[in-house]
Design a binder for this molecule. Structure first.
Ligand code: DQA
Length: 148
């Protein structure tokens, strides 16, 4: 079995660190990528860390992950709340799926409480800041090791 994890980031997450830092913090996505790579390495896992503002690109990466990845960690940004197409793509992926939100979406506007992605996700982490990505890697490492 492959030991690669796809970490996918949706729209506006390229602005992490600059965008609404009172909600999302001051760490940049590049900082998060470095932390994820190092956390995964400590478990002997590889990470492909990607970000796009385009729904079709995220869907194409999910399709690619069908052959390349044991797990997908995804922060779909606002597509969480709107995208049946991303849900359908994730439903075609057979590995573990962990949904991550930096902010606690349940403490915010009502429209953020619904997630299409949660209908597929095996685990959901919200409100733990960027540490949520590392917690997701811990979870994937446990599941992937148990499966091998
Ligand atoms: C987010 C929460 C979403 O509601 C929002 O649209 C984002 C980021 C988070 O990480 O907290 O872009 O996914």
């Amino acid at each position: 079995m492959t030991s690669t994890i796809y970490v996918l980031n949706g729209p506006n997450l390229n602005l992490l660190g600059k965008r609404q830092p009172e909600i999302y913090g001051r760490e940049t996505l590049a900082d998060v990528e470095i932390a994820c790579l190092s956390q995964a390495e400590s478990y002997g896992l590889q990470v492909r860390f990607l970000q796009s503002n385009a729904e079709h690109q995220l869907i194409d990466w999910i399709h690619e992950a069908r052959d390349e990845a044991a797990a997908i960690i995804i922060n779909p940004g606002a597509f969480t709340h709107t995208s049946i197409a991303i849900l359908d793509a994730l439903n075609a992926f057979e590995g573990q799926v962990i949904e991550v939100h930096i902010s606690n979406v349940h403490k915010r506007e009502e429209f953020r409480r619904h997630s299409y992605v949660s209908l597929r996700a095996d685990g959901v982490i919200a409100g733990c800041g960027t540490q949520g990505y590392l917690l997701a890697i811990d979870r994937v490492a446990k599941l992937v090791t148990a499966a091998n």
